[in-house]
Ligand binder design. Structure first.
Ligand code: FMN
Length: 228
């Protein structure tokens, strides 16, 4: 598979088939993903792989916790800046609207939107769930490293015919995850990720998110600044 094919065919899938993913495949992806770069080769990532009954148990614990906190607790970090400004705000809004349009859930139908969103906490039925944590001492540079690691996993998944769903939605269940997976207090729970075979027939997986044109965010410099 060409790198560009992995990049262009990777997209967030939100419906997976039940077909199991061999543990060995997940190991292989993680072994290779470890080649992701990190500043100072710090390799700040930590990963929990949830398969079979272990995965189902997390899903069940969150379902039980929802009786007290229907939408989870405040995450340990700001998933988005508290006052996201333009153009980022509109981009975020648009992808949400586009996603709910694929499943015919209008803005007014809050209950249906919540029902759909809460499928995050079932890994959208993906048979493999990953939880990513990182030591709290880490700084911006290491968050970037973690992001590169996530993308490396997602691109490698494509080579095995697998798709992924990166999920910050798990951040609101840090207490449940911490106690279940015995995550030490010095680690922050960043996000989850579902991995599996996409249900290509599911309308939500038809979503192709937009991207801003290069001109909006790239500046090419060819002459020495200030001389033209
Ligand atoms: C770190 C990270 C966390 C994300 N968390 C969620 C999530 O909790 N639920 C979800 O449905 N999508 C989540 N997404 C997917 C984004 O919405 C998606 O990447 C973006 O809209 C671009 O679409 P694409 O991935 O299909 O190209 C997340 C993406 C990233 C990179």
């Amino acid at each position: 598979m060409k790198v560009s094919d992995a990049v262009t065919t990777r997209k967030t899938m939100r419906a997976f088939r039940a077909d199991p993913v061999p543990e060995e495949t997940v190991r292989e992806i993680l072994r290779l993903a470890a080649r992701a770069p990190s500043g100072g080769n710090v390799q700040p990532w930590r990963v929990h792989v949830l398969l079979g009954a272990a995965r189902d148990e997390l899903v069940a614990r969150v379902a039980a916790a929802r009786k007290e906190f229907p939408m989870g607790e405040a995450p340990e970090y700001h998933v988005y800046p508290p006052d996201l400004t333009e153009p980022y705000r509109t981009r975020r809004f648009r992808v949400g609207e586009m996603m709910y349009a694929t499943v015919n859930i209008p803005r007014e139908d809050k209950a249906a939107r919540i029902r759909f969103f809460s499928r995050n906490w079932q890994f959208f039925d993906a048979p493999v769930g990953l939880i990513f944590t990182m030591d709290r001492q880490m700084q911006q540079g290491q968050w970037a490293d973690l992001g590169m690691y996530l993308q490396t996993i997602m691109l490698l998944a494509r080579q095995y015919g697998l798709h992924t769903c990166p999920q910050e939605a798990w951040a609101v269940w840090h207490r449940v995850i911490r106690s279940y997976l015995d995550v030490p207090e010095n680690e922050m729970i960043f996000c989850g990720m579902g991995i599996g075979y996409a249900d290509e027939t599911a309308p939500v997986n038809g979503l192709v998110s937009e991207r801003a044109p290069l001109e909006e965010y790239v500046t090419f410099h060819s002459a020495i600044a200030g001389t033209v």
